[in-house]
Unconditional design. Structure first.
Ligand SMILES: C[S@@+](CC[C@H](N)C(=O)[O-])C[C@H]1O[C@@H](n2cnc3c(N)ncnc32)[C@H](O)[C@@H]1O
Length: 226
Protein backbone atom coordinates (compact mmCIF):
# COMPACT_ATOMS: atom_id res chain seq x y z
CA UNK A 1 0.00 0.00 0.00
CA UNK A 2 1.25 3.49 -0.69
CA UNK A 3 -0.20 6.04 1.63
CA UNK A 4 1.81 9.16 2.41
CA UNK A 5 2.69 8.98 -1.26
CA UNK A 6 2.88 12.51 -2.45
CA UNK A 7 2.61 10.78 -5.80
CA UNK A 8 3.77 13.83 -7.70
CA UNK A 9 7.11 14.49 -6.05
CA UNK A 10 6.80 16.18 -2.69
CA UNK A 11 3.21 17.29 -3.06
CA UNK A 12 1.71 18.58 -6.25
CA UNK A 13 2.29 22.03 -7.68
CA UNK A 14 3.94 24.71 -5.62
CA UNK A 15 7.42 23.93 -4.23
CA UNK A 16 8.16 24.21 -0.53
CA UNK A 17 9.36 27.73 0.31
CA UNK A 18 13.11 28.44 0.64
CA UNK A 19 12.75 30.06 4.02
CA UNK A 20 12.01 27.50 6.75
CA UNK A 21 9.91 30.03 8.65
CA UNK A 22 7.52 30.21 5.67
CA UNK A 23 7.06 26.46 5.78
CA UNK A 24 4.76 26.63 8.78
CA UNK A 25 2.40 29.50 7.95
CA UNK A 26 -1.27 29.49 7.05
CA UNK A 27 -0.49 31.51 3.90
CA UNK A 28 1.91 28.85 2.58
CA UNK A 29 -0.38 25.91 3.28
CA UNK A 30 -3.64 27.51 2.22
CA UNK A 31 -1.98 28.41 -1.10
CA UNK A 32 -0.52 24.91 -1.45
CA UNK A 33 -3.82 23.18 -0.80
CA UNK A 34 -5.79 25.63 -2.95
CA UNK A 35 -3.65 24.79 -5.99
CA UNK A 36 -5.13 21.32 -6.45
CA UNK A 37 -8.26 19.42 -5.50
CA UNK A 38 -6.17 16.85 -3.68
CA UNK A 39 -2.55 17.22 -2.53
CA UNK A 40 -2.14 13.84 -0.77
CA UNK A 41 -3.18 10.33 -1.73
CA UNK A 42 -6.49 10.24 0.15
CA UNK A 43 -5.46 6.97 1.84
CA UNK A 44 -4.69 6.73 5.55
CA UNK A 45 -1.01 6.58 6.41
CA UNK A 46 0.33 3.01 6.61
CA UNK A 47 2.05 3.57 9.96
CA UNK A 48 -1.17 4.78 11.54
CA UNK A 49 -3.08 1.74 10.28
CA UNK A 50 -0.23 -0.57 11.28
CA UNK A 51 0.03 0.65 14.87
CA UNK A 52 -3.55 1.56 15.70
CA UNK A 53 -5.65 -1.20 14.17
CA UNK A 54 -7.40 -2.92 17.06
CA UNK A 55 -6.49 -0.28 19.67
CA UNK A 56 -9.52 0.59 21.83
CA UNK A 57 -10.83 3.90 20.49
CA UNK A 58 -11.25 7.08 22.50
CA UNK A 59 -10.50 10.75 21.80
CA UNK A 60 -7.83 11.39 19.18
CA UNK A 61 -5.97 14.50 18.06
CA UNK A 62 -4.50 14.41 14.54
CA UNK A 63 -1.88 17.18 14.35
CA UNK A 64 -1.15 18.52 10.86
CA UNK A 65 -4.17 16.56 9.67
CA UNK A 66 -4.03 17.86 6.10
CA UNK A 67 -6.92 16.64 3.98
CA UNK A 68 -8.18 14.28 6.67
CA UNK A 69 -7.52 10.75 5.39
CA UNK A 70 -6.11 9.70 8.77
CA UNK A 71 -8.90 11.46 10.70
CA UNK A 72 -11.55 9.71 8.57
CA UNK A 73 -9.87 6.33 9.07
CA UNK A 74 -9.63 6.83 12.84
CA UNK A 75 -13.28 7.91 12.99
CA UNK A 76 -14.20 4.76 11.06
CA UNK A 77 -12.44 2.76 13.80
CA UNK A 78 -14.64 4.42 16.42
CA UNK A 79 -12.39 7.30 17.53
CA UNK A 80 -13.77 10.79 18.18
CA UNK A 81 -11.23 12.84 16.23
CA UNK A 82 -10.07 16.43 16.42
CA UNK A 83 -8.27 17.23 13.16
CA UNK A 84 -5.87 20.14 13.75
CA UNK A 85 -4.08 22.10 11.07
CA UNK A 86 -2.82 25.62 10.35
CA UNK A 87 -4.60 25.58 6.97
CA UNK A 88 -8.28 26.46 6.81
CA UNK A 89 -8.41 25.10 3.24
CA UNK A 90 -7.14 21.71 4.45
CA UNK A 91 -9.60 21.65 7.34
CA UNK A 92 -12.57 22.41 5.07
CA UNK A 93 -11.47 19.48 2.92
CA UNK A 94 -11.17 17.27 6.01
CA UNK A 95 -14.70 18.18 7.12
CA UNK A 96 -16.11 17.45 3.66
CA UNK A 97 -14.27 14.10 3.42
CA UNK A 98 -15.57 13.11 6.85
CA UNK A 99 -19.17 13.84 5.82
CA UNK A 100 -18.71 11.94 2.52
CA UNK A 101 -17.35 8.97 4.47
CA UNK A 102 -20.33 9.02 6.84
CA UNK A 103 -18.23 9.97 9.90
CA UNK A 104 -18.97 13.70 9.97
CA UNK A 105 -20.24 13.52 13.54
CA UNK A 106 -16.99 11.91 14.72
CA UNK A 107 -14.59 14.46 13.22
CA UNK A 108 -14.16 18.02 14.50
CA UNK A 109 -11.75 20.44 12.88
CA UNK A 110 -9.60 22.94 14.73
CA UNK A 111 -7.42 25.63 13.17
CA UNK A 112 -4.31 26.07 15.28
CA UNK A 113 -0.80 27.32 14.55
CA UNK A 114 1.71 25.05 16.28
CA UNK A 115 4.37 27.72 15.86
CA UNK A 116 2.38 30.12 18.04
CA UNK A 117 3.67 28.32 21.14
CA UNK A 118 0.15 28.10 22.59
CA UNK A 119 -0.66 24.86 24.41
CA UNK A 120 -2.93 22.39 22.66
CA UNK A 121 -6.33 22.60 24.34
CA UNK A 122 -7.78 19.40 25.79
CA UNK A 123 -6.34 15.98 26.49
CA UNK A 124 -6.62 12.89 24.32
CA UNK A 125 -6.20 9.10 24.36
CA UNK A 126 -4.18 9.41 21.18
CA UNK A 127 -2.14 12.22 19.64
CA UNK A 128 -0.86 11.47 16.14
CA UNK A 129 1.46 13.59 13.99
CA UNK A 130 2.17 12.18 10.53
CA UNK A 131 4.90 13.71 8.35
CA UNK A 132 5.01 16.95 10.27
CA UNK A 133 8.67 17.99 10.47
CA UNK A 134 9.11 20.79 13.02
CA UNK A 135 12.14 23.09 12.77
CA UNK A 136 15.09 21.88 14.86
CA UNK A 137 15.04 24.80 17.27
CA UNK A 138 11.32 24.13 18.02
CA UNK A 139 11.41 20.34 17.83
CA UNK A 140 11.55 19.49 21.55
CA UNK A 141 9.03 22.20 22.40
CA UNK A 142 6.53 20.97 19.79
CA UNK A 143 6.95 17.27 20.64
CA UNK A 144 6.58 18.28 24.30
CA UNK A 145 3.31 20.05 23.59
CA UNK A 146 1.99 17.06 21.62
CA UNK A 147 2.94 14.86 24.56
CA UNK A 148 1.29 17.20 27.07
CA UNK A 149 -1.99 16.70 25.20
CA UNK A 150 -1.88 12.92 25.83
CA UNK A 151 -3.79 11.59 28.85
CA UNK A 152 -1.99 9.25 31.28
CA UNK A 153 -2.17 5.79 29.68
CA UNK A 154 -2.68 7.33 26.23
CA UNK A 155 -0.55 7.04 23.08
CA UNK A 156 1.64 9.41 21.10
CA UNK A 157 2.44 8.38 17.52
CA UNK A 158 5.00 10.48 15.64
CA UNK A 159 5.87 9.53 12.05
CA UNK A 160 8.15 11.37 9.66
CA UNK A 161 10.47 10.92 6.72
CA UNK A 162 13.82 9.46 7.83
CA UNK A 163 16.91 11.52 6.85
CA UNK A 164 18.15 8.48 4.85
CA UNK A 165 14.92 8.16 2.84
CA UNK A 166 16.30 7.04 -0.51
CA UNK A 167 12.92 7.39 -2.21
CA UNK A 168 12.83 11.07 -1.43
CA UNK A 169 16.39 11.46 -2.71
CA UNK A 170 15.43 9.71 -5.97
CA UNK A 171 12.55 12.14 -6.34
CA UNK A 172 14.87 15.11 -6.07
CA UNK A 173 15.22 15.37 -2.29
CA UNK A 174 13.48 17.40 0.36
CA UNK A 175 14.01 21.13 0.08
CA UNK A 176 14.84 21.24 3.78
CA UNK A 177 16.58 17.92 4.56
CA UNK A 178 17.68 19.25 7.95
CA UNK A 179 14.05 18.96 9.08
CA UNK A 180 13.90 15.18 8.61
CA UNK A 181 14.44 13.32 11.89
CA UNK A 182 15.47 10.00 13.41
CA UNK A 183 13.50 8.14 16.12
CA UNK A 184 16.14 9.01 18.73
CA UNK A 185 15.32 12.70 18.35
CA UNK A 186 11.65 12.11 19.18
CA UNK A 187 12.45 9.74 22.07
CA UNK A 188 14.94 12.26 23.50
CA UNK A 189 12.16 14.86 23.67
CA UNK A 190 10.00 12.55 25.81
CA UNK A 191 11.16 12.45 29.45
CA UNK A 192 11.87 8.87 30.60
CA UNK A 193 9.90 9.31 33.79
CA UNK A 194 6.71 10.15 31.85
CA UNK A 195 6.90 7.86 28.81
CA UNK A 196 7.35 4.25 27.80
CA UNK A 197 8.65 4.19 24.23
CA UNK A 198 6.95 1.14 22.68
CA UNK A 199 8.30 1.54 19.14
CA UNK A 200 11.31 3.50 17.83
CA UNK A 201 11.85 2.21 14.34
CA UNK A 202 12.91 3.11 10.79
CA UNK A 203 10.81 0.82 8.55
CA UNK A 204 10.57 1.01 4.77
CA UNK A 205 7.49 0.99 2.53
CA UNK A 206 6.97 0.83 -1.22
CA UNK A 207 6.12 4.03 -3.06
CA UNK A 208 5.97 4.83 -6.74
CA UNK A 209 9.25 6.13 -8.16
CA UNK A 210 10.36 7.51 -11.52
CA UNK A 211 10.87 3.94 -12.85
CA UNK A 212 8.61 1.65 -10.84
CA UNK A 213 8.30 1.15 -7.13
CA UNK A 214 11.03 2.21 -4.70
CA UNK A 215 11.47 2.02 -0.93
CA UNK A 216 10.79 4.99 1.29
CA UNK A 217 12.14 4.98 4.86
CA UNK A 218 10.11 6.37 7.73
CA UNK A 219 10.83 7.31 11.31
CA UNK A 220 8.19 5.85 13.65
CA UNK A 221 7.87 6.48 17.39
CA UNK A 222 4.97 5.14 19.41
CA UNK A 223 5.00 5.98 23.11
CA UNK A 224 2.60 5.47 26.02
CA UNK A 225 2.26 8.12 28.68
CA UNK A 226 2.67 6.72 32.20
C1 LIG B 1 3.38 17.19 5.06
S1 LIG B 1 1.78 17.66 5.49
C2 LIG B 1 1.15 16.15 6.21
C3 LIG B 1 -0.34 16.04 6.14
C4 LIG B 1 -0.91 14.71 6.66
N1 LIG B 1 -0.58 14.48 8.06
C5 LIG B 1 -0.42 13.56 5.82
O1 LIG B 1 0.31 12.72 6.31
O2 LIG B 1 -0.76 13.51 4.62
C6 LIG B 1 2.04 18.73 6.89
C7 LIG B 1 0.77 19.35 7.44
O3 LIG B 1 1.13 20.18 8.56
C8 LIG B 1 0.39 21.38 8.50
N2 LIG B 1 1.13 22.45 9.19
C9 LIG B 1 2.21 23.12 8.71
N3 LIG B 1 2.58 24.07 9.58
C10 LIG B 1 1.73 24.00 10.63
C11 LIG B 1 1.59 24.77 11.83
N4 LIG B 1 2.38 25.82 12.09
N5 LIG B 1 0.59 24.42 12.69
C12 LIG B 1 -0.26 23.38 12.41
N6 LIG B 1 -0.18 22.65 11.28
C13 LIG B 1 0.80 22.95 10.39
C14 LIG B 1 0.21 21.65 7.01
O4 LIG B 1 -0.88 22.50 6.71
C15 LIG B 1 0.03 20.23 6.44
O5 LIG B 1 -1.32 19.89 6.37
Amino acid sequence: MTDHDHSHGHGAGRELPDDVADLFTQETWDARYAESDRLWSGRPNARLVEHLTGVTPGDALDVGAGEGADAVWLAGQGWMVTALDVSQVALERTAAHAVEAGVGLRVTTRRHDLMSGAPLAGTFDLVSAQYLHPPSDRFDDIIGRLGAAVRPGGLLLVVGHHPEDEAMKLRGGHRHPELLFEPEKVAAALPDQDWDVLVADTPTREVSGPEGSILARDTVVLARRR
